[in-house]
Each structure stands twice: as structure tokens, then as C-alpha cells.
Design a protein around this ligand. Structure first.
Ligand code: UDP
Length: 451
């Protein structure tokens, strides 16, 4: 394809759940004729050799080793937004001045890198943001100051089951909070993401109109900028050489899936950040073992607090299952979800995982841990009704019953029917003249009209 003679500079947040959608967006916009440059931090960098059609520019370390291992997520995000200001400005400034290259049409930054708005303004380049969450959860984040004023926050245990009047689908316990020792940093980060998103030239979403119509409508009223829901995003191919995984994918699980009956396997993964304590880990393990369903479980090193990997499993746990259970450190998730043997996805409801499950029509067991996952899980279980949420704690008997409900009982059948319909919509919206297709066309003309 002829290139448009315009370059887009993309800047992903260096976390797996942000890199994947940004690289998928890069491929989408490349297919529309733009040249793509990626600015990235030196840690958690995607593999440039998997993207020979893009150019990569590292902005170096920025963080010391101790800073890079900060556990408080929002303190870490706040730090990223101060440490990378100068290296980012220098790198983008150099690219803008380079007359041997195509002119830069705009910067597309992860919304969480809110500092990039001021840098883009000072360098006079338009900035569009990619939001890697659901529209539903971002609306709630944006309303947190109001919800604090109205007394929902700090959350009181006695009010967990109360409805949130401003968000009729949610209960107080679904508010997207995180456990943090620095709540003021959490609110400062949210506030900056919201205000710098409002100041941007547009907002791209990995969602689709038919899924979040009323939330996108509300978003259009509350955010005075063009909004582009162009999802669901997906990997163009399942080959290793096109993966944006930061961890090697264990492809052996695909051969194992090939030996399992149609729609029988529960795929279990809690994403790249969420963790479990040892007691929870054991309940998950026994719940799966006792369910009598085959399962493929991603236990990434570090998932279990205080353990390297599987040490806390009883001796012979997997062997006693005679091949019914398979544990890997990291899976090729999209390929797994697309596999005909997979019948359910037990997920933490990170937005990527949720969208990947919807796109492949796999019903979910929802186990949100914090933040936006809480909102996503509520939508999956109560609004779209394509999953069951584990709301009564993590106990093996309850897990077993929930699995049975989803895999065997009438309720599960209805859920499977609904997700197959949602899958159809997710695929249809990408077709010519459908909602995401049209939204992408408007994004392309919007970019072309900038600057
Ligand atoms: N993922 C993967 N292999 C795994 C687990 C996760 O490729 O074994 C990918 C998954 O497909 C998704 C991303 O990692 O694209 C996780 O993003 P998500 O938003 O679901 O959760 P997060 O990790 O940000 O909590």
C-alpha cells in the first residue's frame, strides 16, 4: 500500500495491558497508510524485530532499579509521568525536526501518560489519546471526585451492596478503587488523566458502539473532544513474530488444547499484574481440580505472593489429574481463546482480556481484583450477562458450583447463547460501513485534518 506520507508517533505505557492495544492500534493505522514510529521506555519494551514495518525510539532508563520495582501502581504511574518528561520531549523534538523523515501528523499517547499533553502543546504537535479501559469504567473514574463529595468514598463495609445512583448498573462495592498507601496520589493521577484527556485532540477506544452505546453517548456529552470507538482490536496473526508479549508464550498449550473435547476447557488467567495470596491460590487450584473439567491455567511467576511459582501446590497435584490440568507461565491468550476446545474464561476482567473473550465468544467467570476490573466484571455479569461473577469469596466449593453452573446448567446455556450473539456484533461492527469501521474512517480523516 502507498504510505500517506505522514507519520504517527505512538507512545505506549510500559505495561502488558497497555502495550498490546497500542501495538494493535499501530497495526490498524499502518494498514490505513500511515507510517508508524514507536517511542518506548527501555524497560518493558516490545520486541522491535516483531515489527519491522515500524521504527522504534528508546527514551532510555528514566527510572532507577528501585523505582521500577515500586509496588504501589499509582505511585509508579505518577513517577513515570515525572521521570520521562525530559527524555520524551527531547526524543519527540528530534523527530519533529528531522526533515529527512516524513512529517509527523500527530502523537498518539496512552492516556495515562498525561504529561505528554503539555509536551505536545509546547512542541505544537496535536495529541490524540488511546484509552485502554472500557468507556464504562473511565466514566466512573472521571466521577470519583463527585462520588467522594456525595459520601460513597471512602467506602464503608455496611454500604457495599447499595446501588450507586449516578451509575445505575453499579453497587458501591464495584467502584474502581485500588488499595494504596497514598490515596492522594491515586486521585491526583486520575484527575490529571481526565483533564489532559479533555485537553487532547481526540480519544480512541478499544470498544464498540453496540457494546457501550449509552456510556459512549455519556462520554460524548462529558468530554468535549472527538471520540473514536474502533474496537475490538486484535492481533493480525497468532505467530510468535507478531506478538507484543513481554514474556515468552508457551505454545505447547495449543497442542494440549488440540487433544481436548470441544468447548470443554476452562482457561484461567488473571492477567499481568493481579496477584493472589497462598490461601486464595490453593482455593483456585482445588476448585479447578474438583470441577472435573479440563483446565489451562496461567500461573505467571509472581502471581502468588511469597512464592516463586508453584511451590505451594501439594505434591503430585497435577499428576493426580491425569492430564486434565495444564499450567503454563504465560499463554498465547488470543490464540487460546480462539481455540474450539475452550469453553470458558476465568478472568480478572482486565479490559483486554474482557474484549478478547467477547470477540471470541467465550463466556466468563469473573474475578475482578481492583480498579476498572470491578466495573468490567459487573458489566459482564449483570449488563451484558455473558458471565458469572464470583462474588461470595474464593472458596473451592463455591468455585466448583460456579463452574458447573456455567458449563453444565441451563443458566450457562443462556449465557453461552448471549455471548455468541455478542461475538457476532463484535465481528459485524468491523465490517464495511458498520460502527467501528466508520469510526476508524473518521479517525483517519480527523488525523489527516490535524496540524
Ligand atoms: N495475556 C497473554 N498471555 C497470558 C495472559 C495474558 O497474552 O498468559 C495478554 C492478554 O491477551 C491481554 C493482556 O495480556 O492482552 C492482559 O491485559 P488485561 O487488560 O486483560 O489485563 P492486565 O494484565 O492489564 O491486568
Amino acid at each position: 500500500m502507498d504510505r500517506k506520507g505522514r507519520k504517527l508517533v505512538l507512545f505506549p505505557l510500559p505495561c502488558q495491558g497497555h502495550i498490546n492495544p497500542m501495538l494493535q492500534l499501530a497495526n490498524i493505522l499502518y494498514s490505513k497508510g500511515f507510517s508508524i514510529s514507536i517511542i518506548h521506555t527501555s524497560f518493558n519494551c516490545p520486541n522491535p524485530s516483531n515489527y519491522p514495518h515500524f521504527t522504534f525510539h528508546s527514551i532510555g532508563e528514566g527510572l532507577s532499579e528501585s523505582e521500577a520495582s515500586i509496588h504501589d501502581g499509582f505511585a509508579f504511574l505518577s513517577l513515570l509521568n515525572t521521570k520521562y518528561v525530559d527524555p520524551f520531549r527531547e526524543c519527540l523534538g528530534r523527530m519533529l525536526c528531522d526533515v529527512s523523515e516524513e512529517p509527523v501528523a500527530c502523537l498518539i499517547s496512552d492516556a495515562t501518560f498525561y504529561f505528554t499533553q503539555a509536551v505536545a502543546e509546547s512542541l505544537k504537535v496535536p495529541r490524540i489519546v488511546l484509552k485502554t479501559e472500557s468507556a464504562s469504567s473511565f466514566l466512573v473514574f472521571a466521577a470519583l471526585p463527585l462520588l467522594r463529595e456525595r459520601g460513597y468514598i471512602p467506602i464503608q463495609d455496611s454500604r457495599l451492596e447499595e446501588p450507586v445512583v449516578e451509575f445505575p448498573h453499579l453497587k458501591v462495592k464495584d467502584l474502581p478503587l485500588v488499595v494504596t498507601s497514598t490515596p492522594e496520589v491515586f486521585y491526583q493521577v486520575i484527575d490529571s488523566v481526565v483533564s489532559e484527556t479533555k485537553a487532547s485532540s481526540g480519544l480512541i477506544w478499544n470498544t464498540f458502539e453496540e457494546l457501550e452505546h449509552s456510556e459512549l453517548t455519556r462520554m460524548r456529552n462529558e468530554f468535549p473532544i472527538p471520540i473514536f470507538p474502533i474496537g475490538p482490536f486484535h492481533n493480525a496473526s497468532f505467530s510468535n513474530s507478531s506478538s507484543s508479549s513481554l514474556t515468552p508464550e508457551d505454545k505447547s498449550c495449543i497442542s494440549w488444547l488440540n487433544t481436548q473435547p470441544h468447548k470443554s476447557v476452562i482457561y484461567v488467567s488473571f492477567g499481568s499484574i493481579a496477584d493472589l495470596n497462598e490461601a486464595e491460590f490453593l482455593e483456585v487450584a482445588w476448585g479447578l481440580a474438583n470441577s472435573n473439567q479440563p483446565f489451562l491455567w496461567v500461573v505467571r511467576p509472581g502471581l502468588v505472593n511469597g512464592s516463586e511459582w508453584l511451590e505451594s501446590l501439594p505434591n503430585g497435584f497435577l499428576e493426580n489429574l491425569n492430564g486434565r490440568g495444564n499450567i503454563v507461565k504465560w499463554a498465547p491468550q488470543q490464540e487460546v481463546l480462539a481455540h474450539p476446545a475452550v469453553g470458558a474464561f476465568w478472568t480478572h476482567n482486565g479490559w483486554n482480556s474482557t474484549m478478547e473473550s467477547i470477540r471470541e465468544g467465550v463466556p466468563m467467570i469473573c474475578m475482578p481484583r481492583f480498579g476498572d476490573q470491578l466495573v468490567n466484571a459487573r458489566y459482564v455479569s449483570q449488563v451484558w450477562k455473558v458471565g458469572l461473577q464470583l462474588e461470595k469469596g474464593l472458596k473451592r466449593g463455591y468455585i466448583e458450583k460456579t463452574i458447573e453452573k456455567l458449563m453444565v446448567e441451563k443458566e450457562g446455556e443462556e449465557i453461552r447463547f448471549r455471548i455468541s450473539k455478542l461475538k457476532e456484533k463484535a465481528n459485524l461492527c468491523l465490517k464495511q460501513d458498520a460502527s467501528s469501521y466508520k469510526s476508524l474512517e473518521s479517525l483517519v480523516s480527523h488525523i489527516s485534518s490535524l496540524g
